[in-house]
Design a protein around this ligand. Structure first.
Ligand SMILES: [Zn+2]
Length: 311
């Protein structure tokens, strides 16, 4: 299964239209955790603004009004543009993509994230679909806002409540699940550390915090990570808290002693705003609206009772 995810993610036109079956409940009041483990309210941090492009099933003006009402006035949502003909909703927001999607889907319509970009022209976008042997799964996106600012936006479900180390690893190799991802991405030969340290691995993203539902929804920025350096590598979430190199355990300076690797995903290039024009995958007749309910490949991907898209 991990291999299928990896292979599929190599296609930049597919990756953003596949969503894992993350439960969608609104967390608009939630508090985000930054990479140093300190809590802070994501909605108040204007540096984290991003533009999110959603495909939303809309057939009439009342649909447009419902979506607009669901988004406008919500704290953290800065602007909303809706195109009924293109079934497209563009949201400028400091909320995570998962939070915005939940707001739109609260109107009873499906929403698929088609692209993500900066307020100014961004320098690249990537995505990792996270899964593992257990129940942990999620989607994490990387948006290079400027040369020294990489915005990381994600939701991971199925975690034990509490802190979990999150790291970019050097290899995009899932042949032995997360065990073959190699060590933390460390091109400068440094010791493990905290995201704000100068002495750190480039892949050291600190901790994310899971709530009592086992969900971690986060958005933070990193000064060292560059999207172009990490495509083809992997992202791994660990069972335990990363001690940020400050612990007494022998592994502290090596990997923060954050324990077993719970879930991982290959980091793949993905679509920036308006780059993903896909509506129907002509190869198997699965539209972007249906795609979330289907396996990524293999049996069940293409339903025989569904006529081929054409066309
Ligand atoms: Zn490290």
């Amino acid at each position: 299964m991990l291999q299928q995810v990896a292979v599929t993610n190599l296609n930049p036109f597919i990756d953003l239209t596949i969503m894992t079956p993350i439960k969608t409940h609104s967390k608009t009041g939630s508090v985000s955790i930054n990479a140093t483990g300190q809590t802070r309210n994501a909605k108040m941090d204007t540096d984290r603004t991003a533009k999110l492009e959603f495909g939303v099933q809309m057939t009439c003006d009342s649909c447009v009004n419902a979506v607009r009402t669901a988004l406008e006035g919500v704290q953290g949502v800065k602007s909303v543009k809706i195109d009924l003909v293109k079934e497209e909703v563009l949201v400028e927001s400091v909320l995570t993509s998962q939070e915005v999607q939940a707001l739109i889907e609260g109107t009873g319509r499906r929403a698929v994230l088609k692209g993500m970009g900066g307020v100014e022209k961004d320098l690249g976008v990537a995505v990792a679909m996270m899964s593992g042997a257990g129940p942990v799964q999620g989607v994490v996106r990387f948006l290079q806002v400027t040369e020294n600012r990489c915005l990381i936006d994600g939701t991971i479900d199925g975690l034990e409540p509490g802190a979990h180390g999150l790291h970019v690893h050097e290899l995009g190799d899932l042949t032995k699940d997360c065990l073959s991802c190699g060590e933390h991405f460390n091109p400068f030969g440094k010791h493990h550390g905290a995201p704000e340290d100068l002495e750190r691995h480039v892949g050291d993203l600190g901790n994310i915090m899971a709530d009592s539902d086992g969900r971690s929804s986060f958005r933070f920025e990193d000064p060292q990570l560059k999207v172009w350096d990490i495509i083809g590598r992997s992202l791994v979430v660990d069972a335990g808290e990363d001690d940020l190199g400050r612990g007494s355990h022998p592994l502290s300076k090596q990997n923060g002693n954050s324990g077993e690797r719970l879930a991982c995903g290959i980091i793949a290039r993905s679509a920036s705003l308006f780059q993903n024009t896909k509506q129907i995958c002509a190869c198997d007749g699965v539209t972007i609206w249906e795609e979330r309910d289907r396996p990524l490949a293999g049996m069940g991907r293409s339903k025989t009772d569904t006529p081929a898209a054409n066309l």
